[in-house]
Each structure stands twice: as structure tokens, then as C-alpha cells.
Design a binder for this molecule. Structure first.
Ligand code: ATP
Length: 474
């Protein structure tokens, strides 16, 4: 893909999609703020997921607290195992994830055509068991620090990615809690509450959208890997023995959601996991082709009854389904779908970005930047312009604006030549522009312009709402 991340970053800031967090203080690494247009796009993505996942009788939603009882994270394994292998360069003081450092070295070798050496190192990486194994690959193949150019490395150590904080006024060990590194545990601990209160029985799912926090060693690639991000997760609880068919079902459903978001299927691929966690029956990622290469956007996991069993063990509470008719009881198996809302936002933005050569009114050509979002995701659905600021046009345009904003997010723009106004809306992905001109004042008709084809049609202002609705559903 030719789109560069720099072009997307610059557009994001210039137009108010995403800003660096606390930028006036120099920013905070790995944290980003969503601006006026970004917040709309993000909400539209989350809304689309919520509808796709919960507008069905067998899935219900929750919104659990970010702070949870610390035992949760012992039961889930995060206290013990949620760590990445970290290595420091003593000269530059730069810190890396050891596996990423090796992967990037492999990619560099491949790009230089040294494929044989790259595959030898890749094979070694695939068989790593311990931190010492990472270290010996780095030393043996003399992998240099990209910053200092030296091989002056520390040992490889584990670094737990959970952020810690304290509840209450005394920062003692007893009061230590974690910011959740995933939303899934809020679902597992509420399994029984939800099953009983919502009168659900397996197979059924619980969905949640919310913030998660990971103290990632290296944040990079814009929204791809951040320290604070948003996830959309669903745990589907099924009778043991049916997990295989449900895994297949959710694999297909989740793929469909991405293509329905308007993402080009050629920029998506499925990646089954090479190594499965000891409890997992199956796992597959959906990857998107970002400007820097393929990267995971969603994981679909068949997790057996591991999570509920662990919470039973640690809480001492039964987490079973009991069939009142047959008296059959079991701990359900779980199919999990876990997608990053903010990572999906980035995929949607990258996929929508185009620079196109288009004709101008005087017969020349110019480059237009356009965000070809699916119309239903666009931050602004319709922009309304009076052709000139006189002769009753602003009043007519404002009346149209007020009527359309009952149903859609509307922008109103009076400044500059009409062609410039169209370009500004193209750049932020507004699918429809309505222009009010002299004829509007005399016969009530307006022009409706389509962002992608740039075609204009004339219709009465009264027919606008229905026509825009029709096009949103097309
Ligand atoms: P990765 O291997 O990229 O660190 P993961 O396999 O740890 O991701 P999961 O724990 O399965 O990710 O989380 C599910 C989804 O949450 C990911 O597919 C991704 O979209 C999102 N996600 C995870 N970590 C981050 C992060 N640091 N920044 C943004 N999104 C993230």
C-alpha cells in the first residue's frame, strides 16, 4: 500500500481527528486524544460493533469498572505472566521488546535480500523458550541497537505490562490495584450475575466496550500500539463439545464485520496462531495491511473453560450453568472475540485515505485528498453550503441545515469558493454536500454532491432527508 503513515498523521492533526496527548507539555508517549472529528469516527465504529454484536437475542452487554479486585488478575494469570521480554542498550539507554528487536532485524535482512540468514534467525526465534534464548540470538547474530549501533546489551528481563495504582489514601501494598489490561475479565467475573439477571442460558454472549491500559515497552506506529486504548470484546459461553462450531461461526461473523465497515478485503487476512496457549483449543487473528505492514486488529480465541474454572478456584464461587429440567451442570466453554476500537479506527483511517488526480473547472487537473469512509462511519454525514452569502441563500441553507441535523451530523460552511469547500469536506470524508443557490430560493431545489463520484443531482430540499437515508443504507 502506498499511503504513508506520515500523511495520515499529519491529516489527523490538521483536521482534528487525533492529537498527541497533552501536546502543549511535550506530549505523553503512547497516549493520544481524539479531536472533534476523531471522536465521531470512533463512536461510529463502536456503535457499528455494538449493533453487530448485541442486536440479537443471545448477546447482552455490560460496562464493568476499570478497577477490579486484585485477585482477578491472579486468577487470570496476568500477575504471573502478563509480561514482555525487555532488553536495554547500555550505550543509548534505549529499551526494546527483545522479540520485536529480533523481528525487526529479520525484516531488515529480508529487505536487503539476505533471506537465508533471515530464515535461520526466524527459525531460532520460533523455538525460543526462555529469556536466555532471546539473549543468545541477539548476541550470536550481533544484532545492533538501531540508535547507538552497538551490541552493548543488558540481560533480557520480564517486564509486567500492568499499570499499578492504589485505592484509598494510603499507598500501601494492601491497597494496590491494577488498571485493567483487557476488558474480558470484567465479563468473566460477571458471568453469573448476567446469566441469572438476564435469564440467559448457553449458548449466549456478553459484550463490552471499554478502556484498557498496558505499559507497553515500545509504543509506536500511531494508534497501533498505545498505553491507553479501547477494546471491544465479547465472550460467548457455550456447552462443552460445541466450541468448534461456535469458533467457526464467530470467525466468519467477525470477518464480515470488517468488510461491512468498508475495509477492502484485500487488506485483510486471517492468521491462525502457530503456538496456542496451553488451555486454548483454537486461535486466529484478523490482520490488516497497515502502511508499515500486516498487524493484528482482532483475535478470535477458543479458550475452553479455563477462565471460568480459574475464577471458580480463586473466588470459591460456583460458575456453572445448571439446566433446571435435566439437572445437567457444567462450566461453559468460551469463544472470545477481542478487537481494538482504536486500532480499528487506525485501520479504517488508513483504508479510507486516497490522493487522487481530478479535473478542475478550467480543464486542468489537481490532487485531491479524500477519506472514502463508508458513509455511515463518516464523522460528518452532510455539509450544507450557500453558494454566496446573499440573496436569501444563507437563510435557506440554514433552514435546510436545521432540518437535516435532526437526523444527521451536519456541517455548515460559507467560506471560500464552492470548489474549495467541496475539497475541505472530501479531506474529512463527508459523503454528501448540499449546495443552496439562486434556484433554491425560487423553486426550492438544491444540488446534492457525492464525495466519491463527485456527481451532482438536483432535487427538492424536502426530498433530501429520504435520499441521504437511502444512500446511507446502499
Ligand atoms: P499484540 O500482540 O499486538 O500486543 P495482543 O495479542 O496482546 O496484541 P489482545 O490481548 O488479544 O492483543 O487484545 C485484543 C486486541 O486489542 C488486539 O487485537 C488489538 O486490536 C487491541 N490491542 C491490544 N494491545 C493494544 C495496544 N497496546 N494498543 C492498541 N490496541 C491494542
Amino acid at each position: 500500500m502506498s499511503t504513508s503513515l506520515d500523511a495520515i498523521l499529519s491529516l489527523s492533526k490538521r483536521k482534528g481527528f487525533v492529537f498527541q496527548s497533552s501536546e502543549i507539555y511535550g506530549g505523553l508517549n503512547g497516549c493520544w486524544d481524539f479531536g472533534p472529528l476523531g471522536v465521531e469516527l470512533l463512536r461510529n465504529i463502536k456503535e457499528s460493533w455494538w449493533k453487530h454484536m448485541t442486536y440479537r437475542p443471545d448477546v447482552v452487554g455490560i460496562d464493568a469498572a476499570i478497577l477490579m479486585h486484585p485477585r482477578t488478575w491472579e486468577a487470570s494469570g496476568h500477575v504471573q505472566q502478563f509480561s514482555d521480554p525487555m532488553i536495554d542498550n547500555k550505550t543509548s539507554k534505549a529499551r526494546y521488546r527483545a522479540d520485536n528487536l529480533i523481528e525487526e532485524h529479520i525484516a531488515r535482512l529480508e529487505s536487503k535480500g539476505k533471506t537465508e540468514q533471515a530464515s535461520v534467525i526466524a527459525a531460532r526465534l520460533a523455538s525460543v523458550q526462555t529469556n536466555e534464548d532471546f539473549h543468545s540470538i541477539i548476541m550470536e547474530f550481533e544484532i545492533k541497537d538501531p540508535v547507538s549501533g552497538t551490541t552493548d546489551w543488558t540481560e533480557v528481563r520480564n517486564f509486567n505490562l500492568m499499570f499499578e495504582t492504589h485505592v484509598g489514601p494510603v499507598a500501601s501494598g494492601d491497597a494496590k490495584v491494577f488498571l485493567r489490561p483487557e476488558t474480558a475479565q470484567g465479563i468473566f467475573v460477571n458471568f453469573k450475575n448476567v446469566m441469572e439477571s438476564a435469564r440467559m442460558k448457553p449458548p449466549f454472549g456478553i459484550a463490552q466496550i471499554g478502556k484498557s491500559f498496558r505499559n507497553e515497552i515500545n509504543t509506536k506506529n500511531f494508534l497501533f500500539r498505545t498505553r491507553e486504548f479501547e477494546q471491544m470484546e465479547m465472550q460467548f459461553f457455550v456447552p462443552p463439545g460445541t466450541e468448534g462450531e461456535w469458533f467457526e461461526y464467530w470467525r466468519a461473523e467477525r470477518w464480515n464485520w470488517f468488510t461491512r465497515l468498508g475495509i477492502d478485503a484485500d487488506h485483510l487476512r486471517r492468521k491462525p496462531h502457530d503456538k496456542l496457549a496451553h488451555y486454548a483449543a483454537a486461535a486466529e487473528d484478523i490482520e490488516y495491511l497497515f502502511p508499515f505492514g500486516w498487524g493484528e486488529v482482532e483475535g478470535i480465541h477458543s479458550r475452553t473453560d479455563f477462565d471460568l474454572q480459574r475464577h471458580q478456584e480463586f473466588s470459591g464461587k460456583k460458575l456453572e450453568y445448571v439446566d433446571t429440567a435435566t439437572k445437567d451442570r457444567y462450566v461453559p466453554y468460551v469463544i472470545e472475540t477481542a478487537v481494538g476500537a482504536t486500532r480499528t479506527f487506525m485501520a479504517v483511517l488508513c483504508d479510507a485515505y486516497r490522493e487522487e488526480e481530478v479535473g478542475t473547472a478550467d480543464g486542468g487537473t489537481e490532487t485531491r485528498t479524500v477519506l472514502q469512509f463508508a458513509p455511515s462511519l463518516a464523522p460528518t454525514t452532510v455539509a450544507v453550503f450557500p453558494l454566496v452569502n446573499k440573496d436569501g441563500m444563507p437563510e435557506a441553507a440554514q433552514a435546510i441545515c436545521q432540518s437535516l441535523q435532526q437526523s444527521f451530523r451536519v456541517d455548515y460552511d460559507t467560506s471560500g469558493a464552492i470548489g474549495r469547500r467541496y475539497r475541505r469536506q472530501d479531506e474529512v470524508g463527508t459523503p454528501f454536500c448540499v449546495t443552496v443557490d439562486g434556484e433554491t430560493v425560487s423553486d426550492g431545489t438544491v444540488t446534492l454532491r457525492d464525495r466519491d463520484t463527485m456527481q451532482q443531482v438536483r432535487l427538492t430540499a424536502d426530498a433530501l432527508e429520504a435520499e441521504i437515508r437511502r444512500r446511507l443504507q446502499a
